[in-house]
Design a protein around this ligand. Structure first.
Ligand code: SAH
Length: 269
């Protein structure tokens, strides 16, 4: 693992010092990441556009960590600042989401391969879900970053999945990879989630930020990936399930996933 500030060039390839951007909507979704960075490298915090951006390293990997707050505009504004003010080389979003796929349960993890805005509809002028004048409805996550995140999730489950399930009374977590859909709504009814399933049968999870981040990253050519732990199933139980999961469990998952993901990244640098 390279030490912070180590300029050594290994295997002929220059070591990138551009940071990784890591963001979540809500503080619980970052777990202890900011404190861990403070302990490892110290933190430099820059306030920009009413958000705090924390710069430091974790497992030797330079990171900029911030909170987007909730919704697509908040997410787009924040990721745009990560790109322009902090020159991130890639963006990773971590958080919770509602399960939409029939096999996706509370406590499972979904890593996006594609992201779509389910509330975007300029039909009949443009096909439903297509971003007008961009000609895209499904934005791809970066395949390599998504695989690294999924591998971190699989390691977490192999090492701590059974204990985590026993501790929180959930089933042993599974990792799913596929379509995550985003919109400016907290989906919390059986009819609402069924309408999403009918319109987008391959959707695995619904949340409020991911596809906005993916659109901005697509437009600027910045790799991005999204990992979501399932806090609820977007039905009538969603408000209570979401609040309980966010306050009691989300941080444990984020710590477990981000630690493994960033440790692997740090040792590869
Ligand atoms: N500020 C409030 C509301 C959070 S909204 C609070 O803290 O209680 C829910 C957040 O979790 C969003 O960031 C969204 O991305 C995600 N999410 C979890 N379950 C969801 C669902 N069923 N529908 C939409 N978003 C969901």
């Amino acid at each position: 693992m390279s030490a912070p500030g180590d300029d050594t060039v290994r295997s002929g390839a220059p070591v990138s010092h551009r940071p990784l951007g890591i963001l979540a909507a809500l503080p619980q979704e970052l777990g202890d990441l900011i404190e861990a960075m403070r302990a490892e490298s110290g933190l430099r915090t820059i306030t920009h556009g009413q958000r705090d951006y924390h710069l430091g390293t974790f497992h030797g990997a330079p990171c900029v960590v911030t909170l987007a707050r909730v919704g697509k505009v908040a997410a787009a504004a924040t990721v745009s600042a990560l790109i322009h003010a902090f020159d991130v080389e890639a963006v990773v979003f971590t958080g919770v989401a509602g399960g939409v796929g029939q096999e996706v349960r509370v406590g499972d993890i979904v890593v996006a391969s594609e992201l779509l805005q389910h509330d975007l509809d300029a039909s009949p002028l443009f096909p439903r879900f297509e971003v007008p004048l961009l000609g895209v409805s499904r934005f791809s996550a970066n395949a390599s970053l998504a695989s690294q995140l999924a591998a971190a999730c699989e390691r977490f489950i192999a090492e701590e999945g059974a204990a985590t399930a026993a501790r929180f009374g959930t089933r042993e977590p599974r990792v799913h990879r596929g379509l995550i859909i985003s919109g400016d709504q907290f989906v919390a009814s059986a009819a609402g989630v069924q309408a999403l399933r009918d319109a987008l049968p391959d959707a695995l999870a619904v949340e409020m930020e991911g596809a906005a981040i993916a659109q901005v990253c697509h437009e600027y050519g910045v790799p991005c990936a999204v990992v979501r732990t399932i806090s609820d199933t977007a039905d009538d139980h969603a408000p209570a399930s979401f609040v309980a999961f966010l306050t009691e469990i989300a941080g444990t998952y984020s710590n477990a996933i981000l630690t493994r993901f960033l440790a692997a990244r740090g040792s590869a640098a």
